[in-house]
Design a protein around this ligand. Sequence first.
Ligand code: 5GP
Length: 135
Amino acid sequence: MQATTTLGDKMAVNGLGPYDDQNIFARILRGEIPCRKVAEDAFSLAFHDIAPQAPVHVLVIPKGAYVSFSDFSAKASEAEITGFFRAVGAIAKRLELESPGYRLIANMGPDSNQEVPHFHVHLMGGKNLGRMLVA
Ligand code: 5GP
């Protein structure tokens, strides 16, 4: 099964694998390329998005090799799932986003335009983000 499909001039991830261990987030996890780290624990790594679309735009990724939310939710252990989502909540709290509010986005597959084939959650905030879909 192809890991990606062509969508216009971009490659969109099909979200169903196989896992490509050369994807950019796998390389960040291995320390091969740098990131602006926000937090790290046994199950997750959080870092600033390289092209932020809000005043706060942090990506939270699991340490395990999962292509997408579908892959993660189906195959990750309960400890991985619990650890990951508790970390997302703790990071939002630490960044003082709880009171003004924040948005979580997880793109999965071609219709979402997922680009990086390693499951990640976008944690966005720092201003009123408006309506959810603008397209
Ligand atoms: P997706 O469309 O897959 O949900 O989102 C991928 C995100 O990864 C995009 O918001 C993009 O800006 C971000 N991104 C892509 N490459 C890099 C990188 O090398 N470093 C960081 N920090 N973010 C990246």
